[in-house]
Design a protein around this ligand. Structure first.
Ligand code: PBG
Length: 332
């Protein structure tokens, strides 16, 4: 006996052995909850590395199918596809994003042919990859992003992606009213079963930097007139209300780790599945620190993804999806 009072409660007791810790773990990672974002680039013969995202590639159509197949076989829940067109195909309205033979729609068709309904095929529904100015919408004559003119393009793009084989379209441009317009366009074209994953709370983040390299973005300036201000929290609940009213099937918070408070708020009230996107800069930060030997990569990956799930995300988009599925033992 010491001279001091002994603790009445001992939370450490449940941390005694790995088996006990596993038994009482409240949050689990499972490959089926993860979505792998992938890039497919037009006009290349070999996959190209993305220097700011070590381990991530811009795929050729063939290497894309192989990467998707690998992920699916390891039990990853879905694939989110981003297209990178040739520079020469970009224009003011992003028209190459709408063409059935454009890089994104062609890739969706190949993936759907190859994988059928074995996975959930998702497409990024946005113009920034396809416009020569790099904005997520079309511009008015003063160079500002024109919300309502952009909606018309999104509507057409959604139908093209559904036709190409997307199970889920992901409008990520943060235009007001985008979910309603996309839903109505899909319904009118007979795609009643194609879901809308709304980028509900998408912040104007420095963490998209490496993505801009991955999609060879030409953006000058920023996206602060359409993406949310990192200073704001309640606004995400407003965006959530609107997206649900407009018919979103799933909602997403992005980036993930710096916005766990927002994710928790959204998850507390949403009656649809909630996703979070561990974005390119979050990936790059882990990779950079791990390359220096400053953090343990795999522990950081598992801890960050567990935290994102714990905060309320049922689904997590992460460039680590295949890697994590392999770490977790893979297989369906
Ligand atoms: C827009 C879009 C972006 C990302 C996903 N969809 C870029 C942006 O909004 O600037 C970023 C994803 C990432 O950084 O990993 N098409």
């Amino acid at each position: 006996m010491t001279a001091y009072p002994v603790p009445a409660e001992r939370p450490r007791r449940l941390r005694t052995t790995p088996a006990l810790r596993r038994l009482v773990a409240q949050t689990r990672l499972h490959p089926a909850d993860l979505v792998l974002p992938v890039f497919v680039r037009d006009g290349i013969d070999e996959p190209q590395p993305v220097s700011s995202m070590p381990g991530v590639l811009q795929h050729t159509p063939d290497s894309l199918v192989a990467a998707a197949r690998e992920a699916v076989d390891l039990g990853v829940g879905g694939i989110m596809v981003f297209g990178v067109p040739r520079e020469a195909d970009k224009d003011g309205t992003g028209s190459c994003g709408l063409r059935p033979d454009g890089v994104l729609n062609t890739a969706l068709r190949h993936l759907r042919d190859e994988l059928g309904d074995e996975t959930v095929l998702m497409s990024d529904l946005c113009l920034d990859e396809f416009t020569d100015h790099g904005h997520c919408g079309v511009l008015d004559d003063r160079g500002r992003v024109d919300n309502d003119a952009t909606l018309e393009v999104y509507a057409e793009m959604a139908v093209a992606q559904a036709r190409a084989g997307a199970h889920v379209v992901g409008p990520s441009g943060m235009m007001d009213g985008q979910v309603r317009v996309v839903r109505e366009a899909l319904d009118a074209a007979g795609h009643l079963d194609v879901s809308v994953l709304a980028y509900t709370a998408k912040y104007a983040s420095a963490a998209y930097g490496p993505f801009r390299e991955a999609v060879a973005s030409t953006l000058q300036g920023d996206r602060k007139t359409y993406q949310q201000d990192p200073a704001n929290r309640a606004e995400s609940l407003r965006e959530l209300r609107l997206d649900l009213e407009e018919g979103a099937d799933m909602v997403m918070v992005k980036p993930a780790l710096p916005y766990l408070d927002v994710l928790s708020d959204v998850a507390a009230v949403a009656d649809v599945p909630v996703a979070a996107y561990q974005v390119s800069g979050e990936y790059a930060m882990i990779e950079a620190a791990a390359a220096q030997g400053w953090v343990d990569r795999d522990r950081m990956v598992l801890e960050t993804l567990t935290s994102i799930r714990r905060a309320g995300a049922q689904i997590v988009l992460t460039y680590y999806a295949t890697h994590v599925a392999r770490m977790l033992g893979g297989g369906r």
